[in-house]
Design a protein around this ligand. Structure first.
Ligand code: B12
Length: 211
């Protein structure tokens, strides 16, 4: 069992897009839970990619191809991960903040929220504050979910929350934030309504914010 998880991890670390789906299927076939394939196989591999990048063994192109392999596997795993048939529990506007191009974690959060019955509008990456404001203006949005993976783009979360305030919309929506460098303390500092460290806890948080 551990061996096949290791093979999923190795596919990402060796950029093997042709084999990843097959390995994910093999893991599911031997009864490994989709969440475990995700956490111990795919997310663990991306953590290792980060370590290799920090250690100077991987550079941006390697991070990029590893990310593409992860996305291939994630698309394949998606139907197994998300619950289905839930009723709409509210609209969420989701995006990676300005200056930041990382989207794997954001996509995962969006996927899990959709699976839990939220109606998700994913604005994409590198989203300027005014796009978030516009999206909330369109109506009936319950939650704005902001993702940032760089310490240099975390302040864009504060700018986005300030822009919502300036537009008089802050009272209408809850804001949740996440991304690897984020902390609960930072979320409080920027006056977000909540922070979650991963996609499944993002779902719990979102549920509590609309309850
Ligand atoms: C893949 C990757 C890239 C890819 C991104 C491809 C893509 N489509 O996303 C590319 C190659 C483009 C890239 C570029 C860069 N990257 Co990069 N990248 C990574 C890497 C290896 C993995 C990120 C990832 O996908 N993780 C897997 C996902 C599933 O995890 P996650 O994103 O953290 O998301 C989870 C949680 O955080 C949470 N979450 C995420 N969003 C949200 C939102 C909400 C609302 C909530 C509640 C929760 C939540 O839930 C998610 C699921 O569990 C990380 C290392 C790492 N371990 O994080 C570095 C890393 C983030 N990158 C880094 C750097 C430095 C860069 C570059 C500046 C490199 C360069 N010199 O150009 C550029 C910046 C480009 C830009 N402007 O954004 C650094 C950041 C350092 C820092 N402290 O700021 C890291 C940490 C690598 C390192 N160890 O040095 N990168």
């Amino acid at each position: 069992m551990a061996n096949i998880i290791q093979q999923v991890r190795d596919c990402i670390l060796s950029f093997d897009r042709d084999s990843i789906n097959e390995k994910v299927q093999e893991a599911l076939d031997v009864g490994i839970a989709p969440q475990e394939v995700l956490n111990d196989g795919m997310i663990a591999a991306m953590d290792e990619v980060g370590r290799l990048f920090e250690g100077g063994e991987f550079f941006v192109p390697e991070m990029l191809v590893a990310a593409r392999t992860m996305r291939t596997g994630l698309a394949f795993l998606k139907p197994h991960l998300v619950e289905s048939g839930a009723e709409s529990v509210g609209k969420v506007v989701l995006g990676t903040v300005k200056g930041d191009l990382h989207d794997i974690g954001k996509n995962l959060v969006g996927m899990m929220l959709e699976g839990a019955g939220f109606e998700v509008t994913d604005l994409g990456v590198d989203i300027p504050t005014e796009r978030f404001v516009e999206a909330v203006h369109v109506g009936d949005v319950k939650i704005v979910a902001l993702s940032a993976l760089l310490t240099t783009t975390m302040p864009s979360m504060k700018s986005t929350i300030d822009a919502l305030k300036d537009a008089g919309l802050r009272g209408n929506v809850k804001v949740m934030v996440g991304g690897a460098p984020l902390t609960d303390a930072y979320a409080k500092e920027v006056e977000a309504d909540g922070y979650a460290p991963d996609a499944s806890r993002a779902v719990k948080l979102a549920r509590s914010l609309v309850a």
